[in-house]
Write a protein that binds this ligand. Structure first.
Ligand SMILES: [Zn+2]
Length: 151
């Protein structure tokens, strides 16, 4: 692979932040890109570019799949109130209310948490334990009871 800018053949691949817009929505991912070690400009690498595009599309699908109905569905699957569920995932109640109304979309951190719960619902137990200090013992008991009745 040769640098278009300075002609050097010394290039390295490293992780880089990549932001693109898909169907009007901004999608940010971390992906591998190739850089010239001489002039540090980016060097075109078709394979890496294809991979980045695929990754961005996957990320977009995750964001879109997490629409307001889906988020409410996740919470109701545990039979938890907005107050308790927001405490478990570590966001303010009003933030969760906005997600469920669709007035805002979860940021990267909450998208990861919510997607994780879709695929591994029992992981909520670990989230609860990690945030144990935020709950009164009565709340903790209520949460555990509700979580454990989830089929
Ligand atoms: Zn160069």
């Amino acid at each position: 692979m040769k640098c278009d800018n300075c002609g050097s053949e010394h290039t390295i691949v490293r992780d880089s932040k990549y932001t693109t817009t898909i169907k009007g929505r901004e999608v940010s991912i971390t992906c591998k890109r190739r850089f010239c070690t001489e002039c540090s400009r980016e060097v075109q690498d078709e394979d890496l570019e294809k991979e980045s595009k695929r990754k961005a599309i996957r990320r977009y699908n995750e964001i879109v799949a997490l629409n307001k109905d889906r988020i409410m569905e996740i919470r109701k699957g545990y039979n938890l109130s907005q107050e308790l569920f927001s405490k478990i995932i570590g966001c303010a109640k009003k933030t969760l209310v906005c997600y469920e109304k669709g007035t805002s979309s979860p940021n990267d951190n909450f998208s990861i948490i919510l997607n994780t719960l879709v695929y591994k619902p029992r992981l909520i137990v670990d989230f609860v334990d990690a945030n144990k200090d935020n709950f009164t013992s009565k709340q903790y008991e209520t949460i555990m009871k509700k979580i454990n009745t989830k089929k």
